[in-house]
Design a binder for this molecule. Structure first.
Ligand SMILES: [Fe+2]
Length: 308
């Protein structure tokens, strides 16, 4: 292993009085014990859940049968609900997205990404519950982009901090799907949803950790350096992020729940369960105080709509 200094571990006993985080890796991916999500949460519990999300970047709850309204209330603990993405909606609670795969609908989110990094203000995070688990397979994996940064050499850290990268939905499968609808829809979306620029190293304002902020779905190129050097650096980073030391593989039980901080993690929904049936119900939330995209921006891209 190559990192130069030991990780400063979070003092859980000192920091948490109302919930019990149980880390699956040092400072990353914690089970949360002692919280009943079927009842309204007290303000101290909510505050510690927010702290746990910032401390551990992805948090897990053992299976609990919650109502769609309780699922939405849980997401709102962390921030205002965002417009979400292009997935189908829950029939009675349209703020919830439902991602369902079976033999006729193959899974299609088996790629590493930060959600909607092609917007200037990507969502803070997402709360998901797998309500129907396949008999085998169907794990979700997360990587800690802060751990990935920490393990880089000081020289590489310094070099990356001066760089910016272009993110665009055109890099992902959206483009191909939209292309099937014809040139007009594609051109309208290209005009409406321009590429955005993010620093290659972003600071998570709540955890204060530095994070590598490039992902294989949406990052097109690194700016300000020769394009061959840029391609090599991007290739290196996307591979580096996939080191097992930065990654948790989560095996689901039906009605288990996970919540991730989209600013410090990337995720990958493993598609190995297909053609079995799997149902994922989720609510996405924005950073409090930022201008939320009430419009369903990813769906708008697919339709070739313009943002208001
Ligand atoms: Fe995602």
């Amino acid at each position: 292993m190559a990192n130069t200094k030991p990780l400063k571990l979070i003092n859980i006993a000192k920091r948490y009085k109302h919930i019990k985080p149980v880390p699956r890796m040092p400072n990353f991916a914690a089970w949360i014990e002692g919280v009943d999500l079927t009842h309204p949460l007290s303000e101290p519990v909510k505050a510690e859940l927010r702290q746990a999300l910032f401390d551990f970047e992805v948090i897990f709850f053992r299976p609990q049968v919650i109502t769609p309204k309780q699922h939405i209330a849980l997401a709102k603990v962390f921030g205002p609900l965002s417009g979400g993405s292009y997935f189908n909606r829950h029939e009675t609670e349209p703020q919830l997205e439902v991602i369902e795969s079976d033999k006729d609908t193959p899974p299609q989110i088996d790629s590493w990404h930060t959600d909607i990094s092609w917007k200037l203000n990507p969502p803070l995070g997402t709360a998901i519950q797998i309500t129907k688990t396949p008999p085998a397979g169907g794990n979700t994996c997360w990587i800690s982009t802060s751990k990935a940064y920490e393990w880089l050499s000081p020289g590489m850290q310094k070099y990356l901090e001066g760089l910016t990268a272009v993110h665009t939905w055109e890099q992902a499968a959206f483009r191909e799907k939209l292309g099937e609808k014809g040139d007009e829809a594609l051109i309208a979306a290209i005009k409406a949803f321009k590429p955005v620029v993010h620093p290659v190293v972003r600071v998570n304002p709540d955890s204060k950790r530095k994070c590598i902020f490039v992902n294989s779905d949406f990052t097109r190129n690194i700016q300000g350096i020769d394009r061959h050097e840029a391609a090599g650096i991007l290739h290196f980073l996307l591979n580096w992020l996939k080191k097992p030391e930065f990654m948790v593989h989560h095996q689901w039980e039906a009605n288990g729940i996970a919540i991730w901080d989209n600013r410090s993690t990337q995720h990958y929904a493993v598609a190995d369960y297909w053609p079995h049936h799997r149902v994922n119900q989720r609510a996405t939330f924005d950073v409090p105080g930022t201008k939320a995209d009430k419009q369903n921006v990813a769906k708008s891209v697919l339709k070739g709509e313009k943002l208001l």
